[in-house]
Each structure stands twice: as structure tokens, then as C-alpha cells.
Ligand binder design. Structure first.
Ligand code: VGL
Ligand code: ZN
Length: 198
């Protein structure tokens, strides 16, 4: 893969213990994204290019938790996961964080969930990531991580809307596939929006 490192950033989405096998919201094969992401991050770092990693970072009792059960109509509810400061919210221990130049934490507002690395689920509140990338002259993003059908999907779609050229690292993503078929659907929608799966 030929990468223009001058204008590219790597985005590592939610490679956290709770999304990996044994975690509270385990994604099948979630830990398998670690090795390919480490390899990509190593290449970005060697070229002096930015690598941003996101963390789902919820307060206890967050509105997206079924246990809190005040979720808004139509919002998907989840088991308690990625609670701030817990081991489940930590990056997978195998993830090499040395090349990471920015850590973006999202979903920290008690009453808004956030799947995308760019905007919270109200679609207006930003995480600051777009400003960081624009500030560095980045116009192209390479995306991998968890989960294909939620945080990776919404991040990729927002990146397209923000006019970035978006590459999805096909071997560095894994999905929840809830509801059944959502991974296929997410991949189809991303491709029709212009995301390039590599
Ligand atoms: C995610 C469900 C809830 C994700 C985060 O990282 O894809 N999914 N919170
Ligand atoms: Zn979450």
C-alpha cells in the first residue's frame, strides 16, 4: 500500500479490553486488530505521521448502558462497558501506544453517547479530532479498530462527510454484528459513501 504520509493519519478506533474477548462487550476476534494496527502505526511513526487512538470513555451510569435504562427512544443499549479508569477501558495491552500522537476520549458526557471519533451521537458535539487533523494538514485517513458496525462505521462516514479521503483497513477491523447482518450492511454503506476498503 502506497501511503502519502505527508497528508495522512492513522486512526485506531476503540482498541480497548472491553471490546476484546473476555471484555464486557466483546467483539469476536477483536484482539486480532492489534497486530495489523501495530504494523501500520510503526510505518506512520517511521514517516513522522500522526496516529490518533480513540477510547470509548463512559462515566458510571452512562445513558448507553442497559443498566441505567433511561436510553432515548431508538438508541441501542449496551452492557456496562469502558467505564472511565477501569481495566476494561484500557487499551488492549498488546496495542503499541508509542506511535500514538493523540488520544481522543469520547462518550464521556453522561447523557450523550458517541460512536464516531469525530462527532457525538447528537451529530453536533465535536470531539476535536477534525480540528487536530486539519491543523496538521491531513486530508486522508486510514481507519481500523472496533467495532466495524458501530464506532468504525460512524467514524468512517463522518470522515467522508468532512471531506477526508477514507481508507478502511479491512484486516484491522472486527464487528459486533448486532443486530445480525449489521457488519455486512455497514461495509456496504461505507463503500457506497466512498470509503475505500483495502
Ligand atoms: C462501541 C458500542 C458501544 C464501539 C462503543 O466502539 O463500536 N460500540 N460503545
Ligand atoms: Zn460505548
Amino acid at each position: 500500500m502506497d501511503i502519502n504520509f505527508e497528508k495522512s493519519a492513522l486512526l485506531e478506533i476503540d482498541v480497548q479490553n472491553d471490546f476484546c474477548p473476555g471484555g464486557a462487550l466483546a467483539v469476536a476476534g477483536g484482539d486480532e486488530v492489534v497486530a495489523p494496527l501495530n504494523e501500520m502505526a510503526r510505518r506512520f511513526a517511521a514517516a513522522g505521521a500522526p496516529v490518533a487512538a480513540t477510547q470509548d470513555w463512559h462515566p458510571a451510569g452512562h445513558c448507553s448502558f442497559a443498566s441505567a435504562s433511561a436510553g432515548k427512544e431508538g438508541e441501542v443499549l449496551w452492557p456496562d462497558h469502558c467505564v472511565q479508569g477501569t481495566a476494561g477501558a484500557d487499551f488492549h495491552p498488546g496495542l503499541d501506544t508509542r506511535p500514538v500522537t493523540l488520544i481522543v476520549r469520547k462518550g464521556f458526557r453522561p447523557s450523550i453517547d458517541s460512536y464516531s471519533a469525530f462527532f457525538e451521537n447528537d451529530r453536533k458535539t465535536t470531539t476535536g479530532l477534525a480540528a487536530y487533523l486539519s491543523g496538521l494538514g491531513v486530508d486522508t485517513v486510514y481507519l481500523g479498530g472496533l467495532a466495524t458496525d458501530y464506532c468504525v462505521f460512524f467514524s468512517a462516514m463522518d470522515a467522508v462527510k468532512l471531506k477526508f479521503t477514507v481508507y478502511l483497513l479491512g484486516d484491522a477491523v472486527r464487528g459486533v454484528n448486532y443486530p445480525e447482518g449489521s457488519v455486512e450492511k455497514a461495509l456496504r454503506e461505507m463503500e457506497s459513501a466512498g470509503v475505500i476498503v483495502v
